[in-house]
Design a protein around this ligand. Structure first.
Ligand code: AMP
Length: 217
């Protein structure tokens, strides 16, 4: 299955992407994760992306598209994939459509995780990331036993720049302006599937798997 997951920051895309991809036995390709990995290892790509990410802006299309194209050409993505965080605007979606058409294929479904802005701010501004192992905690929903220390590895927890409230509000604006138009784009194609992304994580995954059943081929 060739699947795209869209939704505002904080909709739980990363978490759901992980579960859905594993249920479907396809690789999860997350542009945010690939960028963060490149930032933390100090590659040239990471250096190009960092300032945009810290501000909550989109990394320029030419950088992002080159990276995704290379990833989609890898052997594990040939039989299907789940894209998390890409496309993020209509030009990226057009490039993806063209790329897949050149490879004689197309997307099967675009799953939209639907959640309102206040819920997004509540979820994201409480997130704390471990500097050492990368595990994510939440001050309300999954607090570590000692404040600011990771239970798993003892590393120090910190708030990602893009999880600060002001940046979150900006990311929501960027989403509304640049990514929201994708919803109409894919609805026109008849492959958009909206999903209520509130409630317990496992229930959302279950709803997603039920909704996706008819697209599995
Ligand atoms: P995410 O983890 O998906 O929220 O992505 C984190 C950040 O990476 C975003 O705020 C952007 O700066 C950058 N990013 C991720 N995916 C894309 C994309 N498809 N296009 C441009 N920038 C992206």
């Amino acid at each position: 299955m060739r699947l795209v997951l869209v939704g505002p920051p904080g909709a739980g895309k990363g978490t759901q992407a992980q579960f859905i991809a594993s249920h479907l036995s396809i690789p999860k390709i997350s542009t945010g994760d690939i960028f963060r990995y490149n930032v933390s290892t100090g590659t040239e790509l990471g250096q190009q992306a960092k300032a945009y990410m810290d501000r909550g802006d989109l990394v320029p299309d030419e950088v992002t598209i080159g990276m995704v194209t290379a990833r989609l050409l890898e052997p594990d993505a040939q039989a299907g994939f789940l894209l998390d965080g890409f496309p993020r605007n209509v030009p990226q979606a057009e490039v993806l459509r063209k790329l897949l058409a050149d490879w004689d294929t197309r997307l099967d479904v675009v799953l939209e995780l639907v959640v309102d802005d206040d819920e997004v701010v509540r979820r994201l501004s409480g997130r704390r990331t471990c500097r050492q192992c990368g595990r994510i905690w939440h001050v309300l929903f999954e607090p570590p036993s000692k404040a600011d220390i990771c239970d798993d590895c003892g590393g120090e927890l910190f708030q990602r720049d893009d999880d600060r409230e002001q940046t979150i509000r900006h990311r929501l604006d960027v989403y509304a302006e640049q990514t929201q138009p994708l919803i109409a784009f894919y609805a026109d194609d008849g492959i958009l599937l909206g999903l209520d992304a509130t409630g317990p994580v496992e229930e959302i995954t279950e709803r997603a798997m039920i909704a996706l059943r008819r697209f599995i081929r």
